[in-house]
Design a protein around this ligand. Structure first.
Ligand code: GAL
Length: 518
């Protein structure tokens, strides 16, 4: 009897201890040390990144041309342009920052590029309300042939923690052949995951192995995001032999030079593997880098948001054009990305209507259910001429995976108001006013008359989740019509464009008894 009481007590203490450990790992999402974002169904292994990370990474625009001033000037511009308050708060330094290891094995930052060291940068960024991301590779070298972290995991994680780093992007080059099966890759990436946890410092762990060995099947237990494709390049749909796969699953060589449409379509088969705490990373944004038209960048940005991909600006913010600022600043689109559902979209249909010289002339319908019951639809026209496109209620609401359900979805019997999510895009003159009047009080102050309320948002003061609860009009776009029960949404979509619509159900009048039996 006494023995069993003692064992019960031991079990209870162990349980409480375990819970405490779990709570310790539930790090804080927003800057304050006391608040905690809790999203039901969150599966984050370390409690971080319940909605996708947002920020900036230097690679796409600057490659190895990195420096302290680039990071700090960019951060300052992001604050001044209101991008920080829209949620872009991580400044991620990519490859080529280190010159080697010292006698004790610690990484040495390049003193010419980073004369004041890394802790200095972290402190400066933190004082601006930004966070600091660092880069390394799960190999003996990084992809640019700088020192990698394989075999030095704990020492490197400890060093980054001592610099107050908040984020690690962890690449895949020079991995000594330690890949080829999910288990081998898992083991290699898990060492760094454990090392980061051991430091006790909350750091987002962003895995970058280009979809090798199917990270979307296993990485959610050790990481906060995982790249699902070879490197992006600044083209809308141009095929390139260096990016040979059109599917994520079974892709033997992810390669690089993958176009926006190539990466987008790879999401179709793995969309169910996006979840709160682990996001399929479609790679850094190319918006602003000059290889695509305005409407193509709108497609790129919209679809990355729609799929809850991390949103890392990948251009030179210091020379950002008004049009590109307007794309990156659309809170109605960012709200999709930051939606607490933390899910990706389903491709309901795809037709190749004009296999032109690029062989990529497709149209498609993608839809996604949001946490508050709204539904979002993307009518994507990647073909070469304007198309009258339509989405029927059946297509919008009959999820192929549940189409065999006994009852038809009740959504089909509702009337849905339709909101165009690009209707309130900042105009050229509004965006240039923001860029030209730096530092401009109007950007972070939502009550200012300088910046139209409906087109900007301050996520530092109100999260997107709360903004949606309050029906903040900045997140809704503009009402452009409605769909009646069993109706169809029809829209004319110009070539290489997308119609992005949030559907919201009108409150239904009480059903009669007979209808309930229906
Ligand atoms: C690639 C990675 C890129 C960039 C580059 C740096 O492997 O996918 O995003 O980090 O290495 O060398």
């Amino acid at each position: 009897m006494i023995a069993s009481i003692i064992s019960l007590l031991v079990a209870a203490v162990a349980l409480l201890g375990g819970q405490a450990a779990a709570y310790n790992r539930r790090f804080i999402e927003n800057s304050s040390d006391t608040e905690q974002v809790i999203i039901s169904g969150a599966s984050s292994f370390n409690g971080l990144n319940l909605v996708p990370q947002m920020g900036w990474n230097n690679w796409n625009a600057f490659q190895c041309n990195v420096s302290e001033s680039l990071l700090l000037d960019t951060a300052e511009a992001m604050v001044n342009f209101g991008l920080k308050d829209l949620g872009y708060n991580y400044i991620v330094l990519d490859d080529c920052w280190s010159i080697g290891r010292n006698e004790s094995g610690y990484l040495i930052p390049n003193p010419l590029k980073f004369p004041n060291g890394m802790k200095y940068i972290a402190d400066k960024l933190h004082s601006m309300g930004m966070k600091f991301g660092m880069y390394s590779s799960a190999g003996v070298f990084t992809c640019g042939r700088y020192p990698g972290s394989l075999g030095f995991e704990q020492q490197d994680a400890d060093l980054w923690a001592s610099w107050d780093v908040d984020y690690l992007k962890y690449d895949n080059c020079f991995n000594q052949g330690q890949s080829g099966t999910p288990q081998i890759s898992f083991n290699r990436y898990n060492v760094m995951s454990q090392a980061i946890n051991k430091t006790g410092r909350p750091m987002i762990y962003s895995l970058c192995n280009w979809g090798n060995d199917d990270p979307y099947d296993w990485a959610y237990t050790i990481a906060n995001s995982g790249r699902m494709s070879g490197d992006i390049y600044d083209q809308f749909n141009r095929p390139d032999s260096r990016c040979p796969c059109t599917e994520a699953v079974g892709c033997a060589w992810p390669g690089f030079h993958c176009s926006v449409m190539n990466i987008l379509n790879k999401m179709a088969a793995i969309q169910s593997r996006t979840m709160s705490g682990y996001f399929n990373d479609m790679d850094m944004l190319e918006v602003g880098n000059g290889g695509q038209s305005d409407s193509e960048y709108v497609v790129h940005f919209s679809m990355w948001a729609m799929h809850s991909s991390p949103l890392l600006i990948g251009t030179n913010v210091l020379t950002l054009s008004p049009a590109n600022l307007a794309i990156l600043s659309n809170p109605a689109i960012i709200a999709l990305n930051q939606d607490p559902s933390a899910s990706a979209a389903i491709r309901k249909w795809q037709y190749f209507i004009d296999p032109d010289e690029t062989g990529q002339g497709e149209i498609a319908l993608w839809t996604r259910r949001l946490a508050n019951g709204d539904q979002v639809i993307a009518l994507l026209n990647a073909a070469n001429s304007t198309m009258k496109m339509n989405a029927t209620m059946n297509e919008i609401f009959l999820d192929p995976r549940t189409a065999g359900a006994y009852h038809e979805p009740e959504e089909l019997r509702k009337t849905w108001d339709v909101y165009d999510l690009w209707a309130n895009r900042l105009s050229e003159s509004e965006a240039s006013a923001i860029i030209n009047s730096t530092p401009m009080i109007g950007i972070t102050n939502m009550n200012s008359t300088k910046t139209p309320r409906a087109t900007r948002y301050n996520a530092t003061t109100t999260s997107y989740a709360d903004g949606l609860k309050n029906n903040d009009t900045a997140l809704l776009g503009q009402k452009v019509g409605s769909i009646e029960p069993r109706g169809t949404w029809v829209a004319e979509i110009p070539r290489h464009s997308v119609g992005m619509y949030r559907l919201r159900a009108r409150p239904t009048t009480r059903m009669r008894k007979r209808d309930e039996l229906y």
